[in-house]
Each structure stands twice: as structure tokens, then as C-alpha cells.
Design a protein around this ligand. Structure first.
Ligand SMILES: *Cc1c(COP(=O)(O)O)cnc(C)c1O
Length: 326
């Protein structure tokens, strides 16, 4: 089953190598990426468009990297030219860190364009957090020259938490093998060798593998292209409904995610906490905003096992709650 899952994840990640399951959270997966290729003192460029981009940068700094941040205002995507300018001012960048889909803001980065800039302007490894995109939006590890892509089971892959799913290039494995930096149970090369031998380096979250096996069967029977199309259509349906309610989608037009939408609740008649409580009465769970967006923003997940009635039920509930906003 393990070998099957590693292989069946390949089209989901667009990777020609088996995808590696590490028993850890998504953040642990970011630690796999940074810890295996970064040694203390290495120059790293981190493109951050929000909370999770900051976290990836912090993880790299935790492994001793000298991190230069391209900090983009929340709600926006990174501009390829801004990354180009930053890379031209830096020499010997070991790795560039990107977030594909920023779950805190609902903004999605132009991954193909940013990846092209990284490869044009540097020889850096490209490490990408695809935690909240993979399985819901196209991710093309090989095509875009991504060296390490980190996903998880508990988002668009519809399974419980417990596994970070890591796609890796041959180049990243070579760099990892030569890297003296710290890591032990999250060693990339040892895991790649183990998976090639049909096992994992240490005891895996077996129960989660069973769930993922079933989730992949769902995705395969729907068809990956149809899964992506469903996410795109549902995101559009949600935004169209929200436009009628006077709430503000916080990601800029042109970079709005297919998997998560952050919206500002118009005050003063409601707060995000009050809206979340009232949605809970309808049996609907949404997340609060992060950091500065905590008080006035809710985040609606529409990824994985989600369909039109889910979106319509949410819109109907928000319509009722929204009568008190004005
Ligand atoms: C959820 C998430 C993470 C963290 O995953 P955990 O499993 O909670 O550690 C990292 N990056 C992004 C973009 C996420 O959405």
C-alpha cells in the first residue's frame, strides 16, 4: 500500500519520483525541506505573502540560514519582477522558499512565473509549500523545476493529519546527501531510500495511510482534472455569492485561491468571532483570520470533499446572519 500511495501521489504533485510520506505535520514537512538542504550560514531567499510564508522563513532561519525576505503585503501575490530584482542583488543563494497558496489570506502565487525567475536568475534550489494547494490545484513539480514540494494529508487530500507528503528532485537529494546540517528522523535521503525499498525510515502513521489510500481512490475515480475544475468552479460560485452580501474578499483580484477564501466581515454589526459562532449553529465551521486579520476576517475552506450544496448552505447561512450587519 505504501509503494502504491507514493506512486499514486506522483501525478498529484507532477513529480517523476515517488512522493515521500513523513510522519509529521505540514510544519514538520517544511522542516524536512529546510533542514535537509540548508546548513548554518547558507543564503536563503524567502518569498512571504503572509503567515505561512513567514513560518517557512522562520523554519529556515531556525536551521541557521541567512534569510532575506521578500515581504509582500497580505492579500497580494508576489510579483515575479520583485523576486528577479532581489535575486540579482544576491549571490550564491542556496534556496528560494515560496508558498504556493497562502492559507492565511486566500492569495495564490503565480508559481510557474516565480519558478521561472528563480531558475533564470540563480542556481538556487526551489522549495515550495504546497500544503493547501496540492490535490485542489495543479502542482507541477517537474515542469517548474521544484526541488522540494511539501504537502499534507489533511487539506485537499481529505484525510486526517499525520503525514507530510514531500516530492523531491534528484538535485535536492544530491544536495541533501552532501549537507552536514542538522536533522535525524526527518532525513530526506534515508526516507527516499526506504520508500524505494517499499518501507519508511521509521514507523509511519499507518492509520493515515489507510485514509489516504481511500482518498486517492476518490480522486482517481473523479479524475484529477475534474477535481481541479470542481475547486475552480466552487471558488467562483462562492465569490459570486459573497459579492451579493457586501463582504470583502481579502485577496486581490487575479490571485484568488481555489481552495480557501478570506473575507472581511463588514462592521460594526458583527465580528468574525460572532459570525463563526452563528455559523456553528448552522453546523458550519470556518476559521478565524490570523494575526491582524483575527478580529474582522473569516476564512472559508473549500477544498477536498466539498460540493455545490456546501457552498450554497454557507451562502444561505451568511445571508441570514448578514441581516444583522447593516
Ligand atoms: C496548514 C498549513 C501549514 C501547516 O501545516 P500543519 O500541518 O498545521 O503544520 C503550512 N503551510 C500552509 C500553506 C498551510 O495551509
Amino acid at each position: 500500500m505504501l509503494t502504491g500511495i507514493s506512486r499514486r501521489l506522483q501525478p498529484v504533485f507532477g513529480s517523476s519520483r515517488p512522493v515521500l510520506p513523513f510522519t509529521t505535520s505540514g510544519t514538520g514537512g517544511l522542516e524536512v525541506a529546510a533542514g535537509n538542504v540548508i546548513a548554518p550560514g547558507d543564503e536563503v531567499v524567502a518569498v512571504t505573502i503572509g503567515y505561512f510564508g513567514d513560518r517557512f522563513a522562520d523554519v529556515a532561519a531556525g536551521f541557521g540560514a541567512a534569510v532575506s525576505r521578500l515581504q509582500v503585503p497580505w492579500g497580494e501575490a508576489a510579483a515575479p519582477d520583485a523576486l528577479r530584482r532581489l535575486l540579482r542583488r544576491r549571490r550564491a543563494v542556496k534556496a528560494v522558499l515560496l508558498t504556493h497558496n497562502e492559507t492565511a489570506t486566500g492569495a495564490v502565487n503565480p508559481l510557474p512565473e516565480l519558478a521561472a525567475v528563480v531558475h533564470q536568475e540563480s542556481a538556487a534550489l526551489l522549495l515550495v509549500d504546497v500544503v493547501s494547494s496540492v490535490g485542489g490545484m495543479p502542482v507541477e513539480v517537474d515542469r517548474h523545476g521544484i526541488d522540494i514540494a511539501v504537502g499534507v494529508t489533511q487539506k485537499a487530500l481529505m484525510s486526517p493529519p499525520g503525514l507530510a507528503l514531500v516530492a523531491v528532485s534528484d538535485r535536492a537529494l544530491r544536495v541533501a546527501a552532501a549537507n552536514p546540517g542538522s536533522r535525524w528522523s526527518l532525513d530526506l535521503v534515508r526516507m527516499a531510500e526506504s520508500v524505494d525499498a517499499g518501507t519508511t525510515s521509521y514507523t509511519p502513521a499507518v492509520t493515515v495511510l489507510f485514509a489516504l489510500d481511500a482518498a486517492l481512490a476518490e480522486i482517481e475515480s473523479e479524475g484529477l482534472a475534474a477535481v481541479f475544475e470542481r475547486h475552480r468552479t466552487l471558488a467562483g460560485r462562492l465569490r459570486a455569492g459573497l459579492a451579493n452580501l457586501g463582504v470583502v474578499v481579502r485577496a486581490e483580484p487575479g490571485c484568488r485561491s481555489d481552495t480557501v477564501t478570506a473575507v472581511r466581515i463588514p462592521g460594526p454589526g458583527a465580528t468574525a468571532a460572532a459570525v463563526r459562532r452563528r455559523l456553528a449553529d448552522h453546523g458550519i465551521a470556518v476559521s478565524a483570520g490570523r494575526e491582524d486579520w483575527h478580529a474582522d476576517t473569516i476564512r472559508i475552506g473549500h477544498l477536498g470533499w466539498v460540493s455545490e450544496p456546501d457552498i450554497d448552505d454557507l451562502l444561505a447561512a451568511l445571508t441570514e446572519i448578514g441581516k444583522d450587519w447593516t
